[in-house]
Design a protein around this ligand. Sequence first.
Ligand SMILES: [Zn+2]
Length: 468
Amino acid sequence: MPGIMPLNDAQQPRAHIIKFTNCLLAKDNDLVPGDLLINSTTGKIIDGQKAFYEDRLGPEEVIDLKGRILAPGFIDVQINGAYGLDFSIVPEKAKGGIAQYRKDLAMVNKKLIETGVTSYLPTLPTQDCRVYHEVLPELCPTGDARNPKLGAESLGAHCEGPFLSPSHKGCHDPSLMQTPSHGILDVGKCYGWENMKWNLIKMITVAPELPGALDAIRDLHTYFKDIRIAIGHSAATYTEAQAAVRAGATMITHLYNAMTLFQHRNPGIFGVISGPPSSLKPYFGLIADNIHVHPCALNTAFHTHPAGVILVTDAMFLLGLPDGVYRWTSGSHIEKRGNELRLQETGAIAGSCATMIECVRNFVAGTDASVGEAIARATETPAEMLGLGGTKGVLRVGADADLVVLGWNGEDGVGVVLEVEEVWKFGRRVWGGGEVEGDSADEVVEKEGDKTGLEEAFEELEVEKKWE
Ligand SMILES: [Zn+2]
């Protein structure tokens, strides 16, 4: 049987080098004037000097950004859905079933990347275990294909539940929450061992005070090194949260929301990011939509542990849909006004629909973070937390050329308005600024001829939810 032969020079795909010039590069927590070179054939950032002097290659295309910001693509580690699709809801058979879900997911990936999110963790809240078994394979990592036409890349799912505390349920269904009394055995049974083994899951949020949870965290950390463990929806005391961090938890899910709050004698979960310098401090998500967390609280968290901040949208299926009243469960309704989602009946906050660039803008406006620091919290820091430092979230030689071009005005962060003007995925422009790779989401809808969840939602302005 013939072996696999290495390609000779003539067979190697030809490098296509693009130089971005006159940029403000978002790197090292700062904005630094400079150029960046990428190879759009490999989809990687390259060393221009090496390409020129060793490989005799020069840029075939030069793009003058005229002082605009060139940043790594955003990475959202908590997003529940968008454009009418909830990642945890497969339509009934009569409405297309799993085939429709796949179609909607493909459309969401193409739309989501237009917001600057080039990679993300599709997030599943507390559900019946059979839902995880059904949808986790659909939400699997998509980066191996290195295909920019697929849109935003899944890095694997974030399972936010069901091992959470009913006392801090947020908008999860407490009747579906579980106690991991048998530790990791209960976790594997619920999500499916295969789904864990094949890295379809990238992060799990657990309430560490539940019986068996600490053992589960310890074993997950030992046997599933690529899965990140987060503390969240939890009544944990400081001591319980500290034990979870020592057992292997490296993240806190949406700090402040759905957890014990800081008190001077009982610092709660917040305490683990405010300990002495020698203590282990986890990363923490912040929903910077200015609705879930007040800007003062954002600033407090930033000052407490600046390197730990990870901006998340925690957006749900209403992201990208027009304002209006949408049907919710049990006959209730959600009113969407801008980024504010409230239960019409009670006025309670019913989720988020902010985009990542809005979160970055809010973080710049509401905290002492510079523009460079805020961008890093949506790019480099989440990549580090996920163990992808050096590959994602940085403008470094060898990293994936997932990029956003941000237009901006204002000086030194005062009155700054950042806008996503172009998005690049694996070295190809996929949105904004001229010729783009692949079909837009709208063109895909037209070609396929069928209605997507987005279209239906626009038509009816009502989307049914199966969970609370
Ligand atoms: Zn949550």
